[in-house]
Structure formats: C-alpha cells, structure tokens
Design a protein around this ligand. Sequence first.
Ligand code: FES
Length: 106
Amino acid sequence: MADIKVTIIDREGLSHKLIAPTDMSMNIMELCKAYELPVLGECGGMAMCATCQCYLESDTELYEQSNDELDMLDQAFFVEENSRLGCQIQIEESIEGIVLRLAPEA
Ligand code: FES
C-alpha cells in the first residue's frame, strides 16, 4: 500500500481528508504543509518548536514519544493528554485512518 488516509481537523473545526504517501519519508507536519494547512513547522521537524502540535483523536497506536518530544511538549502551550508533535509522527501504514486535530497557535 503506497497511500494512506489521514484526517486533519483544522482550528475552525473543519475536517480535511488527506491522502498521504507512505514511501516518501514524510511526517504529519510536512503533510499538513504540503496540503497548505496552517501548520508552521518552524523548526523543520526537530521537535524544537511545537508549532506542529496536534491532538490524537483516533485510537491509532503510535510509537512511544521520544524524550525530545516529551521535553518540547513540557514547554508548549495548550498541551493535553493526547498531544503529539506532528513532525514526530511518520506517515506509515500503521497510522492508516488516523485523526488529528490541530492545536491552537501559541
Ligand atoms: S515542527 Fe517544530 S516541533 Fe514539530
């Protein structure tokens, strides 16, 4: 399978169904930018800015968060139990059907 479906709910509550390629080493932050959703991704995906923060709204199993991600979320605003950094979620088959909501801009 080369493509998966990803749903991103934007800050106005609109749901965007995106098709995401699994063979391009992309992450969710990059996918959002490719679709021109309002995700800054200021640090370029280094887990150093939290502008890609989103909330996991599906029961998709993700990898455990790295210390870098946890440290960044420790310093970020609007952090919830289900907060994740979009740049740390790789597009791969195991996240087919994932639903993520963009966190407010800090
Ligand atoms: S893009 Fe900076 S933390 Fe994700």
